[in-house]
Design a protein around this ligand. Sequence first.
Ligand code: BEZ
Length: 390
Amino acid sequence: MNNYDVIVIGGGPMGLATATELSNSNKQILLIEQYNFINQKGSSAGLSRQFRVQYTQKYMAQLALDSIDHWKRLQITTTDVLVNPVGSLWFGDPALSSQEGGIKAAMDVMDELKIPYQPLSASEIEQKFPFKDLPEDYIGFFQKDGGIIDLKATQEALLNICSVVSNVSLMENALVTNIQSLPNGEIIVAVDGQNYTTTKLVITPGAYINDILKYFGLSVDIDIWEVSSAYYKKTDAIKLPTWFVFQKPQNTSMFYGFPEVEWANPGYIRVAPDIPDRIIKDPTQRYSGPSEKSLKLNETWVRDHMVGLLPKSEFTSTCLIALSNNGKELLLDFLPDSVANNKNIIVYTGGWAAKFVPLLGRILSDLALEGTTTYDISNFKINYTPINQH
Ligand code: BEZ
């Protein structure tokens, strides 16, 4: 079969979630992935991610709240725990903000949305959680609905649904080699030289976005963060929620971490710097391994401020995160008016977005099937650049 109602390009978490949502319709869907499904080559590399509802922007906090029901619906389909609600602890320098928000501004938004949280002083944080020697003026809060996302199990649950339904065709190790959007409404996607036709296209290739946009004569100027992460051996029976510390200087002192989980290096706890090893423009520019500098910073934080962990980096990894370079939290839009059928072609690329996976699947599916969504995506518009203007 070469003719589909919707073709989805990019089979990471967002593409899988989109195909899963679309499978509830009577449409025929083709999902194309250039590598194998659940690979380690993009933004979803590694096992764990953080779920949280606190944000400095009300619209982001609302989206996070909205995503909870979508996680619950996906959870019903698997016995793996997809989001373990261990809570989310934010602490640090009260004056600071970052890509991940700021402490005081997030508390204001939680007040406005009536999201419960417990404010904490530095000494209360040290009493309740395994941190030590924090500057006295640090403040923080604990929010109980945050947690740890099992990203591999999430993708497995989605892939499982896509594999058992009759209206999703899965194609992996399949490279898109051309796309034509014709004035008669037809969109032709060539995969390894073979043509597939559709009238709706959803593009979710994460950091690989420009490999696809080039077929429309477009690109998007994203920053791709190459980030390192490591695990540290437990030496005490410590218990952690997911956590994030905001400190100065931001380019060497922002860290985050997770509780121990049995599905990712049991006996060890993951701590990671929220600092790019490098910022690249294309995935082909990536290094193969973690940065010594980032891991040293991480070890120093673990040694100086964490209790019950051996400050020696193990099970190290890197991940690519596609991010907007003009402060937008997510990048989600139709193609521009210069492209034929642009309102039938939807793009999702960057953002710290694992916490929104099932919801973004729903939004992308809504946009493909209805041309609109009830969720507020007005803040995520993409600035496309014609390729010949570079
Ligand atoms: C987040 O919650 O968005 C996040 C957490 C840790 C690192 C980066 C982002």
